[in-house]
Design a protein around this ligand. Structure first.
Ligand code: IPE
Ligand code: IPE
Ligand code: MG
Length: 256
């Protein structure tokens, strides 16, 4: 690789610049702390999930205003099925209700909705709601909102591995053709760029089975704020913090 190429790779991988601050193209959020927020107030855990919907509305609005192109939110993990059935059922109903209520408004705002995760384990009603809102918003382009629902990064990688194994077994590809690009093409996120910034609320500093492949070069921002308290000010702090990061992608900063 020539030094010119090295420099241009370095520059291409940097975030876009808007009004003096570097804006991440793709922000992914682990919306955590709803249960603790409710418990602190002597409320049922479901009240925390309901309160968290407002934070999601604010985040979508702020992401659009900031010029973020992709926003991925972790709404339900495959591990979350292990919670008490009252909470799981409550989360499923809340998700369905929100989709019904918010899709029109998101469409008006020009938001394109996509869901990632294992759909086949979900009720027909939820699956149909997902397909309906994806169809309704498919030509929109102000913000790509990706909702990870019944998502597991390990399941995503296992599913990609199976698809590639089938291509191999049927003779459509040979072993030499298995590379990063082929794996990416077989992930749920095949047409979505990698996240530049991953935000997790509630003080936990872990990925909890979220975007394991895609997070290879993401910047991480952990805040102790519980998700229902995550507001415009918190979003701005995360953006400012990201703006100061020096991303090298294994390279060295070119001398200007
Ligand atoms: C995140 O909040 C929402 C989901 C996982 C569905 P939690 O419900 O995990 O809240 P805490 O972590 O128990 O406070
Ligand atoms: C991760 O939060 C999943 C979502 C935010 C949907 P959890 O609360 O389920 O994760 P752990 O249990 O703290 O790792
Ligand atoms: Mg949690």
């Amino acid at each position: 690789m020539s030094s010119n190429n090295e420099q241009s790779n370095y520059i291409e991988n940097q975030p876009t610049e808007m009004s003096g601050i570097n804006v991440p193209r793709h922000v992914a959020v682990i919306m955590d702390g709803n249960g603790r927020w409710a418990q602190e107030r002597g409320l049922k855990r479901m009240e925390g999930h309901i309160a968290g919907v407002e934070s999601l509305r604010t985040t979508i609005k702020e992401a659009r205003k900031s010029g973020v192109q992709y926003l991925t939110v972790y709404a339900f993990s495959t591990e979350n099925w292990g919670r008490p059935s009252e909470e799981v059922n409550g989360l499923m109903s809340l998700f369905c209700k929100c989709l019904e209520q918010e899709s029109e408004e998101l469409n008006k705002q020009g938001v394109k909705l996509t869901f990632i995760g294992q759909r086949d384990q979900l009720d027909d009603e939820i699956r149909q709601s997902m397909e309906k809102s994806e169809k309704l918003t498919e030509t929109n382009n102000t913000l790509n909102l990706i909702i990870a629902f019944n998502y597991s990064a390990r399941c995503e990688l296992t599913s990609a591995t199976k698809k590639i194994a089938q291509l191999l077994a049927s003779g459509k590809i040979d072993v030499e053709q298995i590379n990063d690009q082929l794996i990416e093409q077989n992930l749920y996120t095949f047409d979505i760029p990698d996240p530049d910034l991953i935000i997790r609320t509630s003080g936990e500093c872990r990925l909890s089975n979220f975007l394991l492949w895609q997070a290879a070069y993401a910047e991480f921002y952990f805040t102790s704020v519980l998700w229902p308290d995550f507001d415009q000010k918190c979003w701005k702090q995360a953006m400012e913090n990201f703006s100061q990061r020096k991303r090298r992608f294994g390279l060295v900063e070119p001398k200007l």
